[in-house]
Write a protein that binds this ligand. Structure first.
Ligand code: PRP
Ligand code: URA
Length: 209
C-alpha cells in the first residue's frame, strides 16, 4: 500500500487557511498556491538519489553529493494543477512539464480527458502528478493510468487538499503511488466538493466565477 504524507508545518497550514477563506482574491490564491507547492516540493523530493562527485572548492578538492539525474516531469492536471507548476519549477528549473487535460462531468462526476502532451522521455523520469484537489479521486486515478500507459514507473501524486474518499480511491487503484498532501479534510458533499475544502480551485485560480 502506498504512503500518504500529510504535511504538518505551520507555514503551510497558515497559507492553506488563507486560501480557504472565501474572500481571498484570485491574485492572493495563486500566490499562496505557488508558495505552498514550493514548500511541499522539498519533502516530495526528499528521497531523490544523489551521487558523490569530485569538486574543487577555492580551498581544496573534496567529494560532495549532487543529484544522480535531473529527469523529473511535473504533470499538472488541467486546469487547476497548472497553479502548482511555477513553485515546483522554481525548485527544479530543469524539470519538464507534461500537461494532461481532464474535467469532471458535472452530473456523473467522472473525469473526461481532453488533452495530453508529454515529453518524449517521460517513461524514464520521476513523475509528479499535481492537482490542488483530490475529491472523489477519479481525475487523479485516471491521470496516473495515462502515465502508466506511457511506461512511467516512478509516479508521485501531490495535492493541496484531499478527501478521505479520494485518498482511498488512489491507494486502491495505484498502491505503488505515494500521495503528498497539505491537508486531509472531512469528506465530500452531494456535489462531490471537498468539505470544508476551498471551493472550486480552477475557478479561484483563474477568476472564472
Ligand atoms: C477539479 C480539480 C481536480 C478534480 C478533482 O477539476 O482540479 O482535477 O476536480 O475531483 P475528483 O477527485 O473528484 O476527480 P475540475 O474538473 O473542476 O476542472 P478544472 O480544473 O478545469 O476546473
Ligand atoms: N474540485 C474542486 O476544485 N474542488 C473540490 O472541492 C472538488 C473538486
Amino acid at each position: 500500500m502506498s504512503e500518504v504524507h500529510v504535511f504538518d508545518h505551520p507555514l503551510i497550514s497558515d497559507k492553506l487557511t488563507r486560501m480557504r477563506r472565501v474572500d481571498t482574491s484570485s491574485q492572493d490564491f495563486r500566490l499562496l498556491l505557488k508558495e505552498i507547492s514550493l514548500l511541499m516540493g522539498y519533502e516530495v523530493t526528499r528521497d531523490f538519489a544523489t551521487k558523490e562527485v569530485t569538486v574543487e572548492t577555492p580551498i581544496c578538492e573534496g567529494q560532495f553529493p549532487e543529484l544522480k539525474d535531473r529527469l523529473v516531469t511535473i504533470v499538472p492536471i488541467l486546469r487547476a494543477g497548472v497553479g502548482m507548476v511555477d513553485g515546483l519549477l522554481e525548485l527544479m528549473p530543469y524539470a519538464r512539464v507534461g500537461h494532461i487535460g481532464l474535467y469532471r462531468d458535472e452530473e456523473t462526476h467522472q473525469p473526461v480527458e481532453y488533452y495530453c502532451k508529454m515529453p518524449q522521455d517521460v517513461a524514464e523520469s520521476t513523475v509528479l502528478v499535481v492537482d490542488p484537489m483530490l475529491a472523489t479521486g477519479g481525475s487523479a486515478v485516471d491521470a496516473i493510468v495515462k502515465m502508466k500507459e506511457r511506461g512511467c514507473a516512478n509516479i508521485r501524486l501531490m495535492n493541496l487538499v484531499a478527501a478521505p474518499e479520494g485518498v482511498r480511491a488512489v491507494q486502491e487503484a495505484h498502491p505503488d503511488v505515494d500521495i503528498y498532501v497539505a491537508a486531509v479534510d472531512e469528506g465530500l458533499n452531494e456535489k462531490a466538493y471537498i468539505v470544508p475544502g476551498l471551493g472550486d480551485a480552477g475557478d479561484r485560480i483563474f477568476g472564472t466565477k
